[in-house]
Design a protein around this ligand. Sequence first.
Ligand code: NDP
Length: 610
Amino acid sequence: MDEMREAVTAVLGDIDFDPEELHAKYLSERDKRVRGDHNEQYVEATGEFAKYLDDPYEKTVEREPLFDEVEIAIIGGGFGGLLMGGRLREAGFTDIRVIERGGDFGGTWYWNRYPGAMCDVESYCYLPMLEELDYMPKHKYSFAPEIMEHTQNIGHHYGLYENACFSTSVTKLSWDEDTSRWIIETDRGDKMRAQFVAMANGPLNRPKLPGISGISSFEGHTFHTSRWDYEYTGGDNGGNLHGLNEKKVAIIGTGATAIQCIPHLGESSEHLYVFQRTPSSIDYRNNRETDPEWAASLESGWQYRRMDNFNTLVAGGDQDEDLVSDGWTDIFRNLTGTAAKLAGRKLGRRITGREKGHLMQMADYQKMNSIRNRVDDVVEDPATAEALKPWYRQFCKRPCFHDEYLPTFNLPNVTLVDTQGKGVERITAKGVVANGVEHEVDCIVFATGFEVGTGYTRRAGYDIIGRNGQTLSEKWENGPRTLHGMQTTDFPNCFFLGFTHTAVTVNVPQALNEQAMHISYMISQVRDQDGTTIEATAEGEQMWVDEIQDKSKLGERFRAECTPGYYNNEGKVGNPDGFFTTSYGAGPIRFHRILSEWREDGQMQGADIS
Ligand code: NDP
């Protein structure tokens, strides 16, 4: 025990809290929130709720249905689809078509235009292809309009607009064995063909609604944050929501999205009620304009070096230098193996696994205490401050970084309605009921997130029919089966981008870039070997399923102690479709190495070209 204390003191100094008390508090906050219906508590945006998916930004352009053939169809025009298209163009492929539900490129940045939307990973890492496009973001953390513009610039740079189909949703994909082609049907009456199909649907693309009784009885206005109704609110990403000046507004949810739009709602609404079930942890943002001298000093290859440096640090690895040096790297440096290495260096001995686990837990308590202290420092009303404090370990939920969110609760027209972990009780014709009290409002904004942990094809919005009429939903009924997350047996020439069976990264576009490069390599191999199809073998697929299952146990104990959220499948740890259960648990550094070694090996282990 003394040695444990020694390791902790070496890194954290004297501890001024009672770890057991905190642990018990965390478990009681979790227990307050765990509910039997887990993911089922949410309502799918279909039927009477399908209107929540309508595109408020673009009017659909009329066009004739397409019955033609392309070599490669990419479904999704967000960063995944754009990176896929760009890497394929670089590999010499020209006959490419992007099919996108939105009216333009952008993906998550097309849909999420809510006031205050911005990236919370440093833009010099987050915006891909900065060197390819010779572009430097204006701020350390970019605002949504600039990011969307960048996605469009990638589309132009790689000629991806030429053959693209926007405002088009795929309804069915089926493999035609006779011609070895995919048949793609859409809601625009298309029936096109493609030799290869890459699915870049996005991991969190389908808005979900809370299953609150009475939700359809509300007579006022409602919308989901990912379909922001500026016609109603006025203003833009920068705020000034003048349409709300005489409106009482409710926002349900306090996750990463809500944190960013609440300051603008608070500033403009006559009155804002924030309905909170679980508070987020709000760390410092410290955004700033890009220093032109620094930008001019960067040498060729700087973006990959920066992304790798960031990715290594936030995957718990060691780096001599922290190039990004922000809230993300600060958390990881203190809460991961880096802290253990520091303890080892200070004490001049190796830190054991148990000591490391203990040290990380203590560092976590200390970090979350500082997050809670920040709330006290900023929020004037003590009861509101108390309610805004998160009681769970860092990474139970997505950490948030913002400097205007907490001060919003000092405004006289903003009320935090803390639901004590129970959520909103009921929605009536006139308003929202929580803790037995009805709050009358004109408008309800649902900041309730996106489907995670439901079946892959449900989230995609279409099923895929492979060899012998088998559907992907049937094949993956008990969880996904893939080789490296990108191919599945009996679905030849069909590729997946996303976090199913791949490693989750903080910097999502970096992971998508690795996958795009890997898929581009596989398609190039088919071309170079004069083949027609590439497909995961049954053995290759089984090998990867075993590996995923083996590694999915990592972190399970941690997640079981967390308050519910999509990171732990709403408290149902082990759900076969869950976010971390279906991702590669040993992290992105190892995963990306597996991919690059597979390519270098050149033997296409686990895949067949024919
Ligand atoms: P989340 O799923 O993170 O949050 C949903 C919110 O709705 C939670 O606060 C949840 O509470 C609340 N909620 C759900 N049901 C109820 C209910 N019945 N009553 C009251 N509250 C309810 O969705 P977000 O859209 O905020 O974020 C999703 C993800 O998008 C983030 O995790 C992040 O990965 C990404 N994102 C990234 C950004 C970026 O800068 N790159 C910016 C914004 C989002 P509870 O916590 O209790 O479940």
